[in-house]
Design a protein around this ligand. Sequence first.
Ligand code: ZN
Length: 260
Amino acid sequence: MISYFKFKKSYPNTSYKKYFMNNIKYNFKKFIRIPYCCYMCIKYPFLYPRNRFNGLHYNNWKIQNFLITLVNKYNVSKFGGEAENHELTDLEKETFKKNLYYFKEISSHMIVGWTNWWAKPLHTIVQFYHYYILQFFHCIPTSTEWDCMEMGWKKAFGKQYLDELKEAAIKDGYLKSLRIMQLKEKWGRCQLYLNMYGDNVFKVIQKYEDLSWNTCIKCGKPATHTSRGWISPYCEDCVNKDNPDRSIKRGTEEEKEMFL
Ligand SMILES: [Zn+2]
């Protein structure tokens, strides 16, 4: 939550009270979901939320930004190649700042020398705080990857998907270490990105990718239409609400031209 003065500077015509109350409501909702999220993560360990770039529970970009600024003041070797020590050019500094998730690489491999005695200990302390203390406080889940599944798919096959995935992970022998890094709708299909794949898990994922393509994204009925532009499967009833004249009926010549 940002302060009153910062808020008024950015949004002079919006009520701070409203913003404040909405924030309280949002956090309260997050708070009361904790038992449900814990239950889901215990039942289906692969739903436990992780940051998809670094595998941590929580990412404080401000801290990472601070560390990068600190690191950029010192000698850093170039990406790849033999460790050729050099000062970063301005362009490289900008690139590092923009791609914050490269930070891990920068911190563990890239620092080749510190010119101030205090820089290294400070870096170590901040990193310890970031990797251990913050992680400890943020290990309680307020969301799971399951939240990202479309409503219609959840209704049609959501729980069944989770059960089959769990079974497959047990068969492949890595239920405890399997994590969903990302779950999303892409090209009208339910896509899952995992930290590891086995034969059984892979089969389940493929099965539900195909099934989701044939299931309405809104209500879970069998899909009869495909929307244009943002491609999604829809049933007869829902397609008119979302895409009045921008959809293609399935099984027609038009569809063949578009998708085959
Ligand atoms: Zn529908």
